[in-house]
Design a protein around this ligand. Sequence first.
Ligand SMILES: NC(=O)c1ccc[n+]([C@@H]2O[C@H](COP(=O)([O-])OP(=O)(O)OC[C@H]3O[C@@H](n4cnc5c(N)ncnc54)[C@H](O)[C@@H]3O)[C@@H](O)[C@H]2O)c1
Length: 267
Amino acid sequence: MTYQFAAELAGRTIVITGGGRSIGREMAQAAGAAKMKVAILEVNQANLEKTVAELKSSGADVTGYVVDLQNEKEINDSIAQIEKDFGKIEVFVNNAAFHDAEDLLGTSLEVWNKTFTINTVAPFLCIKAILPGMIARKSGSIINIGTVNAKMMIGSDSYTASKAALHAITRTVAVRYGAHGVRCNTIVPGTIATEIWQERIDRNPAVFENLKSWYPLGRVGKPSDIAAAVLYLASDQAPWMTGTEFVVDGGLLAGFAPMYPVVEGSD
Ligand SMILES: NC(=O)c1ccc[n+]([C@@H]2O[C@H](COP(=O)([O-])OP(=O)(O)OC[C@H]3O[C@@H](n4cnc5c(N)ncnc54)[C@H](O)[C@@H]3O)[C@@H](O)[C@H]2O)c1
């Protein structure tokens, strides 16, 4: 996809968690093309190295940091290192996530805790580490990647609960630190065809085809649909946007597309 970049993004530092593949990698590619300074925090070293090499070969200013976001010390050390390497963090994207598709009864405490540790606790710790710098500079944009699951019951029970808490953290940060010049928003994606779906694709290779009819725009999403929203929220084109749930879902949350013809008796 060809992005329209806001000129002021050039030179701005963006940190993306989980940027080794899928949506995070696309965000990093888009930010690199916008001439931002890109830092990626990623647990999968092989994917991180591959993505960093790809971005560098396209001329991007990018640095990778191998970090397990389940570890508080690794989070704090890497963010301190990025502030040292780049001088400051202007945009931070909490993108990394762990997904388990089990129902509540099938979910072990171990899986429940791991899901919350990666999807909720890690963003909390990252925000805690970056906020002092943003407050001191009276400027910063924090972008939390939520999900439509947090808005209605569509399965994946531990994942949904952990993301709903992340949506709440967005509101807290926006309201509490808005007076300090910090903006914080949640992007709310619908289904995006990425590797997080691999287990479900293995069970049902037609999963994206089957989901299409629920999307008024007639397709599931692409990583670029989300990367474009990140660049917008990172830019000065969104100066009065904070505390929002910025829905990027092809119309899913607007209604039940397969339902209205039944209600009207016209299906
Ligand atoms: N794909 C979708 O349908 C969809 C829909 C709604 C929301 N989202 C959200 O978008 C974001 C990206 O999703 P995706 O589809 O690209 O997922 P993905 O699983 O393909 O990528 C997630 C990345 O996070 C990294 N990661 C996971 N645990 C980590 C840890 N402990 N430390 C560091 N890195 C870690 C993974 O290695 C991976 O590179 C997630 O927050 C997800 O919840 C995705």
